[in-house]
Write a protein that binds this ligand. Structure first.
Ligand code: TLP
Length: 351
């Protein structure tokens, strides 16, 4: 079934956000050119802004976060190389196995801890002995900030530095899937530059909490971005008058990145309202950013799919992860009233 913005309050993801009226105006008026020839002034401006914000030499607009991560992995790794990543990372769980299918890159999966991090010893133990021909060559470590599937957990700059140091001391590279790095920065009250500093490459998404209709940006050294541009072309991600999208992305950076704390406050209010409802177990005492997960108690007769259907009848859309787990995500299109409506609906189900 398809859902339109006007009918439902949509907590399924921040990917559902509508572009703002200001974005639509900027899109209509954007000067554009052929970006494969490097001639789109609006894309060039967005890429310069993004590189500057993230503290990297260069940046590349890509159609999606998935392509940004894939292009980064394929640029860093050769076939038969290995990338260390979390078992709950987006790159491992939700990118259709792209790094293995398209890049011949082997994922070495280690557990994500409840705070979204990877244990330093687990990373250390995952690094292969280069001298032994039995092994793939370890090339890359991947972190995710915020970490989506553990509940939008922000990774600190200190932790990211520790992983960066560990990677670099062992001749490895660090890629940061910073799809929601602006949420992390807002929650930790630091700059995205500080969070990205230890990483050799970083992607962030314009199309999630930052409300652009599409697009992500991959950032890194000028040399890395030059190689990644060829990979993007191979993947079919070289687009033409795409400044139309970049115009919205510029507003994402200039305006929407400054309001994310509002989404975090609403997620906290939602969580507080769910606290104590019978049959529902919040995974975290309080959400750290705009994502919260809860589980259905074993004695609750409904599955998460059934709960989602009941919520939909009450005008609220929610995301399910298997039969007993539910995700709620706040964003620009959910106001205080939306939170109240959702809580009222939840109270009728978890009476
Ligand atoms: N996440 C989506 C779904 O794919 C699960 C969501 O609703 O949260 N990295 C992270 C951490 C992400 O959460 C996502 C999207 C991506 C990468 C991929 O971005 P897109 O959807 O632009 O390919």
């Amino acid at each position: 079934m398809t859902h339109t913005q006007s009918q439902f309050i949509d907590f399924r993801s921040d990917t559902v956000t509508q572009p703002t009226p200001e974005m639509r105006r900027a899109m209509a008026e954007a000067p554009v050119g052929d970006d494969v020839h490097g001639e789109d002034p609006t894309i060039n401006r967005l890429q310069e802004m993004a590189a500057e914000r993230l503290g990297k030499e260069a940046a590349l607009f890509v159609p999606s976060g998935t392509m940004g991560n894939l292009a980064a992995i394929l640029t860093h790794c050769n076939r038969g190389d290995e990338a260390i990543m979390g078992n709950l990372s987006h790159t491992f769980r939700f990118e259709a196995g792209g790094c293995a299918a398209l890049g011949g890159v082997n994922p070495f999966v280690i557990p994500n801890l409840p705070d979204g991090t990877l244990d330093l010893d687990d990373i250390r133990n995952a690094i292969r002995d280069k001298a032994d021909v039995h092994y793939p060559t370890t090339r890359l470590v991947i972190l995710e900030n915020t970490h989506n599937w553990t509940g939008g957990m922000p990774l600190t700059a200190e932790y990211t530095c520790q992983v960066g140091d560990l990677a670099h001391q062992n001749g490895l590279l660090l890629h940061l899937d910073g799809a929601r790095i602006f949420n992390a920065a807002a929650a930790l009250d630091v700059t995205v530059r500080e969070l990205a500093q230890p990483a050799d490459s970083v992607t962030f998404c314009l199309s999630k909490g930052l409300c652009a209709p599409a697009g992500s940006v991959l950032c890194g050294s000028a040399e890395f971005i030059a190689r990644a541009t060829r990979i993007r072309k191979q993947l079919g991600g070289g687009m033409r008058q795409v400044g139309i999208l970049a115009a919205a992305g510029i507003i994402s950076l200039e305006v929407m990145a400054n309001r994310l704390q509002e989404d975090h406050v609403r997620a906290a209010r939602l969580s507080a309202g769910l606290h104590g409802l019978k049959g529902l177990e919040l995974e975290k005492e309080k959400p750290a950013t705009n994502i919260l997960f809860f589980r259905l108690s074993p004695d609750l007769p409904h599955t998460s799919g059934e709960v989602a259907a009941m919520m939909e009848q009450r005008g609220v859309l929610i995301d399910t992860d298997g039969p007993r787990r539910i995700r709620l995500v706040t964003h620009n299109d959910i106001d205080d009233q939306g939170v109240e409506t959702a809580l009222k609906a939840f109270r009728t189900i978890f009476a």
